[in-house]
Design a binder for this molecule. Sequence first.
Ligand SMILES: CC(C)(COP(=O)(O)OP(=O)(O)OC[C@H]1O[C@@H](n2cnc3c(N)ncnc32)[C@H](O)[C@@H]1OP(=O)(O)O)[C@@H](O)C(=O)NCCC(=O)NCCS
Length: 253
Amino acid sequence: MRTVRISSPTVDRGEVDLATWLQSATDDDLEREGVERLRPLPPDATIEVDDAPAALDAVAAVAGLSLVRELVEMRRALPLEPELTSGPPLATRPFRAGVDDLAVIEVNNRAFAWHPEQADWTVDDLAARRDEPWFDPCGLLLAHDTAVRGAGDVGGDGGGSGRLLGFCWTKVHHEEVPPAGEIFVIGVDPVAHGRGLGRGLVLAGLAHLSGLGLRHGLLWTEADNAPAMGLYRSLGFRVARRHCWYAGSGAEG
Ligand SMILES: CC(C)(COP(=O)(O)OP(=O)(O)OC[C@H]1O[C@@H](n2cnc3c(N)ncnc32)[C@H](O)[C@@H]1OP(=O)(O)O)[C@@H](O)C(=O)NCCC(=O)NCCS
């Protein structure tokens, strides 16, 4: 179900009505009266829409609101077709609490230095997720330089030192019917990008989820994350849902 949140320092009844209308507007509704309804919004307004229809982007643009952030949920059936999984699997091992925390945080922060929510993780951030009821160390797969072909060049540290280069963190959604498995976080140290490690880690994560009997895979990513989108599309993931933020010309960034 679509949800809509409109924020503006000058929110009034009109914005509440607009949010209600947007929640159930069809593509036809948007084309017919979307611009007219959106245009009166003050320039400092932002609109956050979960399950945003594609037609809203153009309508918002004409009304003076830019698409400033787009998160996409991608899905595909599990397991993967054999032609996508040919070749030897990447060697990974499960996370060990108290042993791997700092290495995971370091790779995470290097991989996601640019990310609004995933950057600058601390030991406490990781501990909070480890305390979640769904956390399973077997679903947090680690790849070290000993497992990567050509790792001798990676980071110029001689290779084979046991340094963590990437991880794939999976999450099982038992609340979904039928249950689904998520690639929750995938991060590769920038020094090792472009060597097939990301693909190997996602394949390892999906194989883990398939091995649990799950038949539906999902993940969330920024739509403008070209490496991630390229990787996921090449593995057969397709966009199933968009979560979008639109902002007027005077909205705070
Ligand atoms: C996304 C990420 C995991 C990819 O890891 P990687 O080891 O560099 O990727 P691989 O070498 O395995 O490449 C696999 C595929 O990804 C895509 N890809 C990788 N880098 C790319 C780039 N710079 N531009 C476009 N596509 C790219 C390609 O489809 C590639 O397949 P190809 O080599 O057959 O062309 C890595 O860039 C990363 O950690 N990014 C930061 C964290 C992040 O964005 N995580 C995903 C959040 S949802």
